[in-house]
Design a protein around this ligand. Sequence first.
Ligand code: GLY
Length: 600
Amino acid sequence: MQNITKRIFRPVAAVAFLLAACHSPGGTHRSLPCAGGRLAGDPPLHAQVFRHAAVAADHVIASEAGAEILRRGGNAVDAAVAVSFALAVVRPESCGIGGGGFMIVHLKDDPRHGTMTTAINYRETCPGGIDGEFYTRPGNDHPDAPTHGGMAVATPGTVAGLVYALEKYGTMDLGAVMAPAIRAARDGFPADRHMVAAARDTARWIEKDPARRAARFGFVWNRLCGGGKLAEGDRIALPELAETLELISRRGSGAFYFGAIAQAIAASVRADGGPLSMADLASYRVTETEPLTAMFAGRRFHLMPPPSSGGLAIAQTLGILERAAPDLAATSPRDPGAIHTTVEALKHAFADRAMWLGDPVFVPIPMERLLSEGSLSRAAARIDPAGTLPLDRYGTSPNAPPEASEDGGTSHFSVIDARGNAVACTETVNLGFGSMLAVEGMGFVLNNQMDDFLTRPGEPNAFGLTQSARNLPSPGKRPLSSMSPTVVIDGSTGEVVLVAGASGGPRIITATLQAALNTLSRGMSAEEASREPRFHTQWSPDVLWLEPSLATPEVAEELARRRHVLSDKAPSAACQVILRRSGLLEAACDPRKGGSPAGY
Ligand code: GLY
């Protein structure tokens, strides 16, 4: 198996870590350029301020696709669908029509729907031929099976989700919003730093084992990785993907789930030994649900409920912090005491993720209990300012009395339009280039979302996450996710003040939380928050990852004194943020991934 766990997880002794730590650049404010003052040909900026409407995606072509639709009078949902299809072309290592996602939509005084917020779930589902023991049966027990090739592929949801969102909440037709994506696929786009890094990872992985012949993953290898030699600026054109998208734009999602595209998907998966069938595609359904909401410091957070673990983890962490650290807003994000308290709160939430969560259609999840006053207060009271606890002291005990009442293959984008509507959308093919299996002749790769299930009891997944039997695969079930699209509304004005989310597996949760705390509580600009170094914890393994510029000797020493096991491996997540401040929209794309916002 491509051991991403090993790649991302390298705890080191505190002493070695202290030697390796470098000095923080500080959090000084840099005033943002006004979007209107930029000259044609200026290099893309990772943060800009707009007066009316903004899109922050992790690729400039995708941000521009959304802004084009907004300028033509489309709403935030029209723009979101345009961004997503464009990302399907220019970020094949992260997302695409072979994957799935979650979308939080907020509409304000909409002529059809009034003011409302909703959560659209187009996460991939487990194919009919896979059950809880599938990956342990002889013949299916190859280490790579849950992560690469046909057996790793879950039924894709992106096309169904986007068409559903557009038809119900958008105002434009599918052909209009897909036009920028089709153009990008046909004309081509230059490979950027992120794509080159993903191609290098892929080359290293393939070269480790002769069984991973490049020929098996020929499309990814030859067309997206330049035969292992992809360099920044190399032009990638995908005319077959342009044709696939054209077909969808003319015929709608039926073309993907029933027609020639469905046949090609099933044939490609079957040829590589996977069970995904035409019947799985035909029975795929989008679901829509109430978002999970949490009040924090006078703002209402609209979050993704399970099978996302991100919404619940953020709601729990905010609830614990409100009780354990009421003065958090007055602290620096680099203060070791503030880091310790936030990490401890997150560890309770991640312990609950491991113990309690799965797809709510298949397993009961005690949401009320996990978010109850009693659970949050008990967790807050257990936080010891002097140090960490043994791992089994985190989370909500099953025996507690019930209450009365590598950035991976994911992409997040945020949109706010001139009418005050907003979309937070996170989509994924799971690991870089998903399963690495492409659909013959169609120009896109398929996800490896099966690895987000518990595929082999007792073993962590590629992100190092341990999970319970609640997250075993079962036909039609959606795997647990960390994707955390978030829309925050000011409690008094009713306006959207923040749209945020991230890519990066479980680091999505910690990055989104830190972006929200640093902007809304600590008053940072979107640009500052996107640059601010971050930490990551996920309860198990018992490691605290610090980005190098956060790891000053003082911070590292203080955290090591509190018994944190520190890692010098940067916890990279990429966060795309739009913050409304002083009547303007600050849009920031995480400099770690290289996107650039657009708007007007
Ligand atoms: N595939 C990453 C996630 O959904 O958490």
